[in-house]
Design a protein around this ligand. Structure first.
Ligand code: SF4
Ligand code: SF4
Length: 472
């Protein structure tokens, strides 16, 4: 038995010398719809390479140059993706200062009763909440860190006095943002927020009133389109502004025109977010993936045309995040497309009663309440069973994601959808094929050297190259 090394308990005896068998790394070829290149992906390490179609066999040959180079660096890549997936501490809070909303959008994830009759924080209560959050982050983050507080919906501007009091009192402690429906935004509010550089996100689902009002309107079904566009016009040239368009069956055919409209209004960043299907109202207008992805990819191409024509980018942030998860995983900004997702581990949500949830998507779903900011500790909430159900949801435990090559560029979002729509945390979310298509498209952009045009300026400033065998 001289030549047999001692075998680690429970491990297969394979030395891992070959791709795709035994202990060798998986290296899966995928068709990216490019005339010349295939994608080659090690799903566990989120490693990818572009390989000319006629050199695929060479790349997969055991002991070849590609394999040797890759095996030398694989441990670094595994460490990097594991740090992103399991090593981060919360550094942001989605803060709902009120449960109420002046609108009744058809796809809203917050229960109607809460939006009509829920609580609103007083300025004193909100300042008290921020004090507790500040103390928590002082215990958990490095001294120089400035965690982020995003005032979120329902409609935070209903609690405007409280929100502004909080921003005034903790200006040096947090980076603040406000996600608003834009209907309660007068000049005074605009001046208060823009003079302090506060991030402002507005919501608008179309370029014309008739389509926008199909999904976003008042409780009496009145249009708010004009008000939101007026707010956008006032924010023209404000660099810290973005617009969220929720994509449904009602507006997907118009995404090109919507992108033109946002670009025309000077928005630097938008999101074209597929509707979150946590409630029936959203599921009723859920687009089919294959149809949505056709319009979505065309709209991305349109942003590229606009950039070529005008020299000004309109970044589609949710796509940019998928793209950056491929070219520089540590630079990603949104935490839906990673598994476990950011809910309950990179950030958490606070309701107007101080209840703690892993993400805003769960506000109003009692089973996911992990504790209360005023009566318990944040640390306990993070360790609660309610949070663990979300933070413990891993893409490798979900079918078909466990055998999907792009699983670490997608993450199988969203747990709230998986739970509410598909019957459990071990199920995928609503838009699998859209993610497949986005990753293929992203790899095509990289193959054609066009990806930079879809990413925010400076995306590569703080990134390092772990391994540089990205094409063969
Ligand atoms: S995937 Fe869903 S639960 Fe997770 S962070 Fe995104 S919206 Fe929140
Ligand atoms: S949701 Fe679809 S694309 Fe995403 S990891 Fe699962 S199988 Fe892959």
């Amino acid at each position: 038995m001289r030549n047999v090394k001692k075998q680690a308990a429970g491990r297969a005896s394979s030395r891992g010398l070959h791709f795709n068998t035994g202990n060798g790394p998986a290296m899966l070829p995928i068709d990216i719809g490019h005339p010349e290149y295939m994608g080659l992906i090690d799903p566990d390490a989120a490693f990818w390479s572009l390989v000319k179609k006629d050199r695929l066999a060479e790349a997969l040959t055991s002991g070849g140059t590609f394999m040797k180079q890759y095996l030398r660096r694989r441990e670094d890549l595994l460490a990097e993706i594991n740090a992103l997936r399991f090593g981060l501490a919360p550094s942001a809070v989605y803060f709902n200062p009120t449960d109420r909303c002046n609108l009744n959008c058809s796809y809203c994830y917050i229960p109607e009763s809460l939006r009509q009759r829920g609580k609103t924080m007083t300025p004193e209560r909100l300042v008290e909440a921020l004090k507790i959050l500040k103390r928590y982050f002082c215990r958990t983050l490095p001294k120089e860190a400035r965690p982020q507080i995003v005032f979120h919906g329902a409609e935070p501007m209903i609690a405007r006095e409280a929100v502004f009091a909080g921003i005034e009192a903790f200006a040096g402690d947090f980076r603040f943002g406000v996600q608003t429906n834009g209907t309660l935004f007068d000049d005074e509010a605009m001046a208060f927020l823009t003079s302090r550089g506060i991030g402002i996100g507005l919501s608008l689902d179309a370029h014309i009133d008739r389509i926008a009002t199909r999904t976003r309107s008042t409780w009496g079904r009145a249009s708010v389109f004009g008000k939101v566009v007026a707010a956008m016009e006032k924010l023209r040239d404000y660099p810290n502004f973005n617009v969220i368009c929720t994509v449904t069956r009602e507006n997907m055919r118009h995404l090109n025109a919507i992108v033109d409209f946002f670009h025309g209004l000077g928005a630097p960043v938008c999101m074209l977010n597929p509707v979150r299907c946590t409630r029936q109202g959203a599921r009723d207008i859920r687009p089919a993936d294959h149809q949505l992805s056709r319009y979505y990819l065309k709209a991305l191409e349109r942003t590229h045309e606009l950039y070529r024509e005008t020299g000004r980018k309109l970044i589609v942030a949710n796509f940019a995040n998928v793209l950056v998860s491929i070219v520089a995983p540590a630079a990603r900004r949104l935490m839906c497309d990673i598994s476990p997702c950011g809910g309950g581990r990179c950030f958490f949500a606070v309701s107007a009663s101080g209840d703690l949830f892993p993400c805003s998507e769960f506000v109003g779903t009692k089973a996911f309440r992990g504790g209360n900011l005023f009566t318990g500790s944040i640390e306990e909430a993070l360790e609660s069973e309610a949070f663990k159900r979300v933070t413990g949801r891993r893409v490798e435990d979900i079918a078909p994601c466990k055998r999907c090559a792009v699983r670490h560029f997608c993450g199988s979002p969203c747990p709230a959808e998986a739970h509410e729509m598909n019957g459990g945390m071990d199920r995928p979310g609503a838009f699998c094929e859209l993610y497949e298509d986005q990753v293929r498209y992203a790899l095509r952009l990289i193959a054609d050297g066009r990806h930079d045009a879809f990413l925010w300026e400076g995306w590569d400033k703080e990134t390092t190259t772990t391994i540089d065998i990205t094409s063969l």
